[in-house]
Ligand binder design. Structure first.
Ligand SMILES: Cc1cc2nc3c(=O)[nH]c(=O)nc-3n(C[C@H](O)[C@H](O)[C@H](O)COP(=O)(O)OP(=O)(O)OC[C@H]3O[C@@H](n4cnc5c(N)ncnc54)[C@H](O)[C@@H]3O)c2cc1C
Length: 493
């Protein structure tokens, strides 16, 4: 059977089916987690955020939060979360919030203001109420990689940079066509796990599915000054969540419907709005450097608009509306990806007559053979003593980890190395490490010099896209490096 989409949902489906002994091939048009999964806030929801407006999604998040903390603890930093009322008017939401959490089975505990401030000294000292929830930080890239490794270890075949379209013969979906080579791959069932692109793929079989891409922007600041996920205690709105990630913090988000999920870029207005709102939670945020901003597209389903739209998911058997051979799974959250995969795999297995039950809620995901930055900081002394060469000083990525990204984790470009190791995600934004990794690619991985240079150029062009909307010291820093690359390497990105 074939899966389209290498985000967490598609990889979760491939993992689940491969564990049950089904032969699976997965096709992703870009890199693993290069769609919405890699553009998320990386918040493992406790469910509290959806408790009032979307209790089904809240309960799903609460359940999956507990499961993922068991099976994927190595890609999660269990920071805990706080819901914080910063203005008297926020208290209007307090009662419905507590009722919603109770009804959806979301654990919530009141924290005194004194305790909150001692836990998070940079929190706004004027906060009027705080509640503790089970939120955590989850690394979407490492989550995707762990699913990839598990699926592969059970013989799933995973093809990146392989865009496909549905193969439709006499009104039935019979497989996929590889767009680049024109080759047809036949499959008993095709799972469309393309998230915000799901409507587009369905159209190829003449099916109308309304998945509305909803743009969200996130802002990365260079310092980590809180250790707990912070949420504003108010109805979900712009700029009301802050997630500590490794050495940085990610602030966000926004919500705007867009025509297509492709090529989304943050605007200066969105960045300003997010910083202005987050300042109410942590006033010092204003003085931190914005090193990056990015946007992704939520796959929202019909029912309400923007923030009101349900965050639950759909598994659709298109056989029921007359198109055999196709199942679509879309909507949901990163937090609920495993449950989405389980329900999809159950349906596939029922159709194929496979009786093996799902075990992804019990079996731990495999370790990813590159460290997180925090783990590297702990191991740093030993690494350096062993003479391991650090190629990215901001995130302490070693040469051997870059090699593993290529040899074990299917990296093919500099961007892939970044997603697998955090190379270039830190303060200098790859200005110092990009050329070193390009050099390594030419030296160790058989890329020709021209090919490595082109790849470096492509990577820098992508990195520098954001310069247009940055301001202040980060803009100056980026422009300075652009000039250096231009003068020293004739590279203009
Ligand atoms: C700004 C933002 C913040 C978010 N924050 C959170 C959060 O903190 N916590 C949380 O739980 N959820 C969060 N979400 C939601 C979450 O990220 C998504 O629900 C989830 O990642 C979707 O995963 P997916 O695998 O279904 O889709 P994707 O990750 O988008 O994967 C679909 C893949 O299909 C591929 N594809 C499309 N068409 C084709 C084709 N023709 N051929 C081959 N491949 C194709 C795409 O390239 C893509 O990689 C956030 C979303 C956004 C936008």
């Amino acid at each position: 059977m074939a899966v389209i989409g290498g985000g967490v949902t598609g990889l979760g489906v491939a993992r689940d089916l491969a564990q049950r002994g089904v032969t699976v091939a997965l096709f992703e048009k870009g890199d693993l987690a290069s769609g919405t999964s890699g553009r998320s806030h990386g918040l493992l929801h406790s469910g509290a955020r959806y408790a009032v407006k979307d209790p089904v999604s809240a309960s799903e998040c609460a359940q999956e939060n507990r499961i993922l903390k068991k099976i994927a603890s190595h890609v999660i930093e269990d920071t805990g979360g706080m819901f914080v009322a910063v203005e008297e008017s926020d208290l209007e939401y307090e009662r419905v919030f507590l009722d919603g959490c109770k009804k959806s089975g979301v654990r919530v505990e009141e924290l005194s203001i004194k305790e909150s401030l001692s836990r998070e000294p940079y929190l706004n000292p004027n906060v009027v109420a705080t509640y503790l929830v089970d939120d955590a930080a989850i690394d979407p890239f490492r989550l995707a990689l762990a699913n990839f490794l598990d699926a592969k270890s059970n013989n799933a075949q995973i093809f990146t940079y392989t865009p496909v379209r549905l193969l439709v013969e006499q009104g039935e979906v019979t497989g996929v066509r590889l767009i680049k080579s024109g080759e047809n791959v036949h499959a008993d069932i095709v799972v469309n796990a393309t998230g915000a692109w799901a409507g587009e793929v369905c159209r190829q079989a003449g099916i109308k599915l309304e998945v509305k891409p909803n743009k969200g922007t996130l802002v990365v600041v260079s310092k980590r000054i809180v250790n707990t996920v912070l949420n504003r205690l108010r109805p979900p709105s712009d700029g009301d969540i802050l997630v500590p990630h490794q050495t940085t913090m990610i602030l966000g988000t926004t919500s705007t419907y867009v025509r297509t999920p492709d090529n989304l870029l943050p605007t200066r207005k969105e960045i300003k709005l997010i910083v202005m709102e987050e300042e109410k939670l942590v006033p010092l945020v204003r003085r931190l450097r914005v090193i990056r901003a990015f946007s992704g597209a939520r796959p929202l389903l019909e029912g309400g608009s923007g923030r009101e739209a349900a965050r639950t998911f759909l598994v659709i058997d298109h056989d029921e509306s007359g198109v055999k051979g196709l199942i679509t799974v879309t909507g949901g959250k990163l937090t609920t990806y495993r449950l989405m995969a389980e329900k999809t795999a159950d349906l596939v297995c029922a159709k194929l007559g496979v009786r093996a039950p799902c075990s992804t809620d019990k079996e731990e995901l495999p370790e990813v053979p590159v460290k997180s930055t925090l783990e590297r900081y702990e191991a740093l002394e030993g690494e350096l003593r062993d003479g391991k060469e650090v190629v990215c000083e901001c995130e302490m990525v070693t040469r051997s980890e870059v090699e593993k990204a290529f040899n074990v984790l299917a990296a093919r470009t500099l961007g892939d190395v970044k997603r697998r190791t955090r190379m270039g995600m830190g303060e200098c934004q790859a200005q110092m490490c990009a050329y070193r990794v390009a050099d390594l690619m030419a030296e160790s991985f058989g890329f020709g010099a021209d090919e490595a240079l082109n790849m470096l150029s492509d990577f820098l062009r992508e990195q520098w896209k954001i310069s247009r909307v940055l301001e202040g010291s980060q803009k100056a820093q980026t422009e300075f490096f652009k000039t250096m690359y231009r003068l020293a390497g004739s590279l203009d990105g």
